[in-house]
Design a protein around this ligand. Structure first.
Ligand code: DGT
Ligand code: CA
Ligand code: CA
Ligand code: ZN
Length: 580
């Protein structure tokens, strides 16, 4: 396990200990341990490998062992036990913005509240605001946090369920009577969030697979159990369906349950127009209601065969959203979509210079491991003071140190110097133009004043886009999936301004942002809009988010040439000096 994740766990242990009422000394040990690692300038891995953790100020013997265990084995029984010893309701409370260990403990100790419903009731009845250390404002904040969870709680981030999906697929495929197993539904289509998971298995022994499925580790509730279909709910709240079908029906079931509904409607219309009826069971004669599919069905072994039967080029799951994919497939005009292996580097990343957890050197090493040829850093600017944003002086020093780093030739990875510069509420940039000009590139982002009217916000962002020094626009709508709505902004006007001023728009690939949304890109791509896939990494682990960005780019129909990250290092340098 890497440094970023270890820091997160140490902090969480601190919160859990606080919640359990452990003495403040013990709580602080974890908090300060986490902070020490955050500030660590030397290479974390080397320090652990050399057994030198104990030399660090703020890390005692108890922490050394735990950090080493996490680093080596990726898990820590102490942490798992601690988590298990706390009522699940209280753990849920911790996910509400503004509620930390101390406050949750007060609520639990003084009011005995450990369910979300009771907490909500206590917020509206005035019980919470009467507690010491709380007030009307904090009661309101907790309440809106609960409401948001309710509204959003039914869906899950795509990224957050990938591990579960892979685990289930591996188990289903390992069963001796499984012929084929796939995940379908919105997960397969790489939607940014998923409602539930849909698994399809081809097998002649459905009942054995049903038993296996309902007994999967982590299943909290079996919501349906039938002969060929079961549904379960996992501890994390996500539900999953399993359908077992005979081998002959597998491709049809996979296609049907991959969806989307709108895509299925288009495909059925296509079938009807050719004299057939298409269902999850096979291909039928349009005019008969035979239960047996036509014989041609058995010749269809893959989705490619299925599309081919209807004279269509193959349509990848990411594009099956019921837009123009079927007519494009009919005209043999499918895009050749970008792939993760085409990415040569990324630009919007943070380091310990502002609010990142890892140093520039560590981030560069991670980029080497990913096989990239360049990486850019865009730490925060000074208006983001809560994120330790950089002043002009600090930017100039950073440019210097990046130059030295490149000159030293210690890495084959070229480092580009950038900044994530705040767009102030009136559209001005947060740093002096003369300083910004010395950077390789500038990402301009909104981090404040989210409540402006749509026209104010749109004007504000366009004003930034019109400044020649701006290279890209960061997270254009500011949404946080399942947490915070986008601010009001006229995205069409933003796209027009970006094209007119040759400003790149990012796909912020943080799985919680995925902003700009894939649905908007088709309005700009044909007119020359250029995209940057930006992981917005705050640690080495987050660099992997670029994969989520690639998924979204594919959903948006992007090919390599639409994306700056597919260019080689000299083309990127040229673009930064001369524009595109
Ligand atoms: P989700 O789970 O809300 O994220 O979205 P999906 O797309 O996974 O939807 P889900 O799980 O309800 O159903 C999986 C697929 O099954 C869906 O994408 C298309 C297909 N399907 C389900 N119900 C219908 C229907 O009533 N009509 C058609 N044409 N297809 C359906
Ligand atoms: Ca689903
Ligand atoms: Ca489903
Ligand atoms: Zn940002």
């Amino acid at each position: 396990m890497g440094k970023g994740e270890i820091i997160k766990i140490l902090k969480e242990i601190g919160v859990l200990l606080e919640l359990k009422g452990e003495n403040a000394f013990k709580v602080r040990a974890y908090q300060s341990g986490a902070r020490t690692l955050e500030r660590l300038e030397d290479n974390f891995e080397q320090i652990v490998e050399a057994g030198r953790l104990k030399e660090l100020k703020g890390i005692g013997q108890a922490l050394v062992q735990k950090i080493e265990l996490l680093y080596r084995e990726g898990r820590l029984p102490f942490y798992e036990d601690l988590k298990a010893s706390v009522a699940p309701g209280l753990l849920e409370f911790l996910e509400i913005p503004g509620l930390g260990g101390k406050k949750v403990k007060v609520i639990y100790d003084q009011l005995g509240i450990d369910t979300m419903d009771a907490l909500k009731e206590a917020c509206t009845s005035g019980t919470i605001e009467a507690l010491e250390g709380f007030g009307k404002k904090s009661a309101e904040k907790i309440l809106s946090g609960i409401e948001n969870r309710k509204a959003y709680g039914k869906r899950h981030l795509w990224w957050s369920v990938t591990g579960l999906v892979e685990r289930i697929l591996a188990i289903l495929r390992a069963h001796p009577n499984t012929i084929r197993a796939e995940v379908a539904g919105s997960y397969r289509r790489c939607m940014e969030t998923v409602g539930d998971l849909d698994f399809i298995v081809a097998s002649e022994s459905a009942s054995e697979l049903m038993e296996l499925f309902v007994a999967l580790e982590g299943v909290k509730e079996v919501t349906a159990k039938g002969i060929t279909k079961s549904s379960v709910r996992f501890e994390s709240g996500i539900q999953a369906d399993l359908r077992v079908v005979p081998e002959e029906a597998f491709v049809f079931a996979l296609h049907h349950f991959t969806g989307s509904k709108d895509h299925n409607v288009l495909m059925r219309q296509r079938a009807l127009s050719m004299g057939y009826r298409l269902s999850e069971w096979g291909i039928f004669d349009k005019n008969s209601d035979d239960a047996e599919p036509l014989k041609v069905s058995s010749e269809i072994q893959s989705e490619c065969d299925l599309f081919k039967f209807f004279n269509l080029s193959p349509i990848v799951p990411e594009l099956r959203e019921g837009f123009d994919e079927v007519s494009r497939a009919e005209a043999s005009n499918m895009p050749s979509l970008v792939e993760a292996s085409s990415i040569k580097g990324v630009f919007h990343n943070h380091t310990t210079a502002s609010d990142g957890l890892d140093t520039l050197e560590d981030m560069v090493k991670a980029a080497e491991r990913l096989g990239w040829s360049y990486i850019g850093f865009a730490d925060h600017s000074k208006a983001s003071y809560q994120a330790n944003g950089l002043s002009e002086d600090r930017v100039l020093k950073l440019i210097d140190s990046i130059k030295q780093f490149n000159d030293s030739k210690q890495s084959k990875v070229k480092v580009f110097s950038g900044i994530e510069c705040d767009i102030l509420s009136d559209g001005r940039l947060d740093l002096e133009q003369s300083v910004l000009e010395q950077l390789d590139y500038v990402v301009a982002s909104v981090h404040s004043g989210f409540t402006q009217s749509e026209s104010e916000m749109t004007q504000r962002i366009i004003k930034a886009i019109e400044q020649p020094v701006v290279t890209m626009l960061g997270h254009p709508t500011g949404r946080l999936l399942l947490r915070r709505e986008a601010y009001a902004v006229d995205i069409d006007k933003i796209i027009d301004a970006a094209i007119a001023n040759k400003v790149i728009i990012e796909i912020n690939a943080n799985p919680q942002r995925l902003d700009m949304d894939w649905r908007h890109w088709r309005k700009g791509l044909d007119r020359g809009l250029l995209c940057s896939i930006n992981p917005d990494a705050h640690s080495t682990q987050h660099l992997d988010y670029f994969r989520a960005g690639v998924n979204i780019a594919r959903k948006a129909g992007m090919e390599d040439h639409h994306i700056i990250n597919t260019r080689n290092v000299s083309d990127v340098s040229l673009l930064f000096t001369e524009g595109y």
